[in-house]
Design a binder for this molecule. Sequence first.
Ligand SMILES: [Cu+2]
Length: 183
Amino acid sequence: MSRRDLIRPLSTRSQPVPFVRCGFYWLRLVSLVLGAALGTVSAYGQTETGSGTGNTGSVSTMEISDAIVRAPIPGRSISAAFLTLKNSGSGQDRLLSAKADWADHIEIHTHTHANGVMKMRQIDGLDVPAGQTVTLQPGGLHLMLFGLQQPLPAVIGKELPLTLCFVHSGCLLTTATLVDMRQ
Ligand SMILES: [Cu+2]
């Protein structure tokens, strides 16, 4: 039985964690937690280094970088987040969802042009092919953030924890920098 099989699904609970980019730290922590208390793994038990084995046996290695959250317009509770996904593995992976404890819910959005009008549209997932990089950026793919905590638990330039869940890589915890993009 793999480590993944032993771990319960990630709950909606989410807390800021200082070592989010230190995959080996988490690997060790998960091992310790599993060894000490099977069945009581925390919400972050499933946070991993980004390596996972899918049903086909293909390995996906997902790297999340340059994650930013656009600071909302004062008084507004919606905004967007942008980031880069790099799949250096040999199999395709797919972003299924995102969550954060400072937002009610997060959708994956794309932009479409119709009759000269640009519209946002929710998509149910985002493929990241093997060896490819997918960029979520203004005017294109983005994470749409709804029900933002007021105020956000970070100031401009500081980090917000963000969890991304993939078909093969599982749920990965990253941090996104809060950025004022009106400047
Ligand atoms: Cu949107």
